[in-house]
Design a protein around this ligand. Structure first.
Ligand SMILES: [Zn+2]
Length: 255
């Protein structure tokens, strides 16, 4: 099937300097957008509602993030960006959401690792609750195990969470293919961390590998789920290479 042009989802609130670890800087998104805005149309999301957040998280998590209004505004907009990415992807429009804060270490009742709300889990759960989909694949290519997403969907029928944890690049790409060839799915969400790049913390993947991953997702999703796929930014800390790595993934996704 024909793939529609890729669009990038971005909001200035993703540049908020909320309190977090010193490596999780606004420069991360700034460096990505400096590259992506030259290649793709940019669309602005709306913030997730409290009800959206509560699809995945407890009241106590919502209340604790709410205590810092700047952080809450950014986190709600990050979840809103993932929701928009998933909704557009559902209509067959591939998207990359360049959000901060990231989300995959946010579990229903706890969070760590620079994450507050689980953006991807909220976006997928919303599609499930609306009965637009019954099956989903979350492909997490971040260096770190996405425990929050795994915890939320553990034991749930219909949602497969593939955390690719391989230090060898050929094996990593093989495991990506294997995940895409496995269970049934109506949509693919990429938890797009770039911290496994060879010039980032993980030291494994090349920039070209992100293009390969994007292409694999596009090809499988086109063949198996009407071209429904999207990516949401997770980790990645070397701002010198983040923009090119995000571009490579987007180019693979865009075809
Ligand atoms: Zn990470």
């Amino acid at each position: 099937m024909e793939v529609k042009p890729l669009q990038v989802i971005y909001h200035d609130l993703y540049l908020t300097d909320y309190p977090t670890a010193s490596c999780e800087t606004p420069d991360r998104v700034h460096s990505i957008m400096a590259v992506l805005k030259r290649h793709y149309p940019v669309v602005e999301p709306v913030a997730a509602s409290e009800d959206d957040v509560l699809l995945v998280h407890t009241q106590s998590i919502l209340r604790s993030v709410r205590q810092d209004p700047d952080l809450y505004a950014a986190a709600a907009m990050a979840a809103g960006g993932a929701i928009m990415a998933a909704e557009m992807a559902f209509r067959g429009e591939p998207t990359f959401a360049a959000v901060r804060p990231p989300g995959h270490h946010a579990s229903p009742g706890s969070h760590w690792g620079f994450c507050f709300f689980n953006n991807v889990a909220i976006a997928i759960e919303r599609l499930l609750q609306k009965q637009l989909i019954t099956h989903a694949l979350v492909l997490d290519i971040d260096l770190h195990f996405g425990d929050g997403t795994d915890n939320f969907f553990a034991g749930r029928r219909g949602v497969a969470v593939a955390n690719i944890q391989e230090n060898n690049r050929e094996q990593f790409l093989y495991q990506v293919e294997k995940a895409l060839n496995s269970d049934e799915y109506d949509i693919v969400a990429i938890s797009a961390g770039f911290d496994r790049h060879r010039e980032d913390w993980g030291g494994t993947l090349t920039t070209e590998d992100y293009r390969t991953i994007g292409r694999a997702v596009r090809e499988h999703a086109s063949a198996r789920c009407e071209g429904r796929y999207f990516a949401v930014l997770e980790g990645g800390y070397n701002t010198a290479v983040l923009g090119e790595n995000a571009l490579a993934l987007c180019q693979g996704m865009a075809g």
